[in-house]
Design a protein around this ligand. Structure first.
Ligand code: NAD
Length: 489
């Protein structure tokens, strides 16, 4: 187990070693209400804060994270069972995210003038205003990145934040809060709460949250959408994926193999944008299967020197084992090595039937399937088969074919001859379509997702009355007819 939940405590364990790490008090619903009220009160002034102040806070926060880098790596790794380089990557990507968000902060949210068309006596512009209190709910697979990045975006957009990390990985958020408080002194702008789904649901339902940013499974995302829809609460939903990788016959096969290994196995495959399905053009299919099988058999999951870390959560472990066991009934399954404990060997499933769970459901483990395809049209059909649409990758040389496929794949991001790296580019909007969610984080779009886009208009010249107001409406009608013919005929 990675967490034991009792009436009012979360006991957290290291999934790789079973060692008990720490326990925290679960936030009661009445405490959550008081926290939300405090957040609302703080929002009354912070919502109107200057960009300068917000940027100062973020710079202080970023430095605080750097100062505590080793502690972050240790806590992230111990509560997830990740490898230490993976923990360090979380720190790096979070810091890069803050830096890049600061770079495009003003460009994204600064006042923008708009064309006034024929209304030359007016000026018009847009301002991006804070929504109020942002409720952020995070999953366990990247406990630092997936709390820090929405937190940073919400706060840079001028919101206060109440954040619930996954009950599986509360310790990283506990440290993040300590670092925030020490670095900024603004304790009420970011307040974490700890608990399971019922507490998340209370954040979503509360009248004191003005926008929800949820990262997690499609099943829970759907529940949240159902709560938000009748009250029209804005919601950003970053949900599951079943990412395809398409390898065309003119691709660099060795690079494609290495990319599949990295894209499918890093973080033990517990990445929403993991490569889960590989589709290879017939001509190079056998070579790709052979090379990938050889590579996968040389990799091991386990503690110490193994490349692939633990599966962080017991229910996910069971799901992956079941999917592999079912796949073994009808398909060839190639496996690498694994240690005892919460580890799944790197696995390649060769050409499973299309209705197999391994092809229809998100696996979220170090497991990939591989299939041949004939034409590029066929590749698109296969890639779009699941209803998910988070990200996808295309490997090949012919630019026309790559473009044809890329434009037809249902996905929020396409990587060409690459995998996963796009997540490190914080200027690129991130977010899926279909079952993978709605709305964007990252980039200017991510900052705007936490903002109201308010239109403004003002007079340049002030007359006593306008042509189209009641007093002059008869003359106005005559002139308007002429104007329409002159301007639009
Ligand atoms: P999950 O949906 O089980 O839980 C996510 C969070 O939601 C947790 O904090 C949980 O306590 C909370 N929650 C549960 N029920 C709730 C409810 N009714 N109302 C409000 N909150 C509730 O997901 P998980 O197992 O923690 O994470 C794995 C999933 O997250 C995978 O499907 C993965 O693909 C997805 N994910 C998506 C992205 C992305 O950016 N698209 C990133 C990482 C993970």
């Amino acid at each position: 187990m990675s967490v034991r939940i009792s009436d009012n405590t979360l006991e957290v364990f290291n999934p790789a070693t079973g060692e008990e790490l720490s326990s925290l008090t679960i936030t009661s619903h009445s405490d959550l209400d008081s926290i939300l009220i405090k957040s609302k009160e703080a929002a009354e002034s912070y919502n109107y804060s200057s960009f300068f102040k917000r940027q100062q806070l973020m710079t202080q926060f970023s430095k605080g994270i750097v100062r505590n880098m080793d502690e972050f790596v240790e806590i992230v790794c111990s509560e997830t069972g990740k490898k230490s380089v993976e923990g360090l990557m979380e720190v790096f990507i979070s810091l890069e995210h803050i830096t890049q968000s600061l770079n495009h902060h003003y460009e994204a949210l600064g006042k923008k003038s708009r064309r006034v068309g024929i209304l030359k006596t007016r000026k018009a512009w847009i301002e991006y205003e804070a929504m109020g209190v942002a409720g952020i709910i995070s999953p366990w697979n990247f406990p630092l990145i997936l709390t820090a990045s929405p937190l940073v975006e919400a706060i840079l957009a001028g919101n206060t934040v109440v954040l619930k990390p996954s009950e599986q990985t509360p310790l990283t958020t506990q440290l993040l809060k300590k670092v925030w408080d020490e670095a900024t002194g603004e304790t009420e702008l970011f307040q974490p709460v700890y608990g399971a789904g019922d507490l998340g649901n209370a954040i979503v339902c509360s009248q004191n949250t003005d926008v929800i940013c949820f990262t997690g499974s499609t099943a829970v995302g759907r529940k949240i959408a159902e709560v938000c829809a009748p009250i029209f609460k804005p919601v950003i939903l970053e949900l599951g994926g079943k990412d395809p990788m398409i390898v065309l016959e003119d691709a660099d096969i060795d690079r494609s193999v290495e990319a599949a290994i990295w894209g499918g196995l890093s973080n033990a495959g517990q990445t929403c944008i993991s490569v889960e399905r590989i589709f290879v053009q017939e001509k190079i299919y056998s070579e790709m299967v052979n090379k990938l099988s050889d590579a996968i058999q040389q990799i091991s999951s386990g503690t110490e020197d193994s490349s692939v870390g633990a599966i962080s959560v017991d229910t996910t472990l069971e799901k992956i084992k079941n999917q592999i066991a079912n796949a073994k009934i009808s398909s060839e399954v190639i496996e690498g090595r694994r240690s005892d404990g919460w580890f799944i060997a790197p696995t390649l499933i060769v050409n499973p039937p299309f209705d197999a769970a391994i092809l229809q459901e998100e696996t979220f483990g170090p497991v990939m399937s591989i299939h041949p395809f004939k034409s590029i049209l066929n590749a698109v059909e296969l890639a779009n088969m699941t209803g998910y649409g988070l990200s996808a990758s295309v490997f090949g040389r012919n630019k026309r074919n790559i473009k044809y496929i890329s434009r037809r794949i249902n996905a929020g991001v396409i990587s060409i001859n690459d995998v996963l790296t796009h997540y490190g580019i914080a200027d690129l909007p991130f977010g899926g379509i279909g079952l993978s969610g709605i709305g964007k984080v990252h980039g200017k779009e991510g900052l705007r997702a936490f903002s109201h886009q308010k239109g403004y208009i003002s007079t340049r010249i002030q007359l006593k009355s306008e042509f189209w107001w009641y007093k002059k409406s008869k003359i106005f009608g005559r002139y308007l007819k002429k104007l329409i013919k002159w301007k639009y005929l």
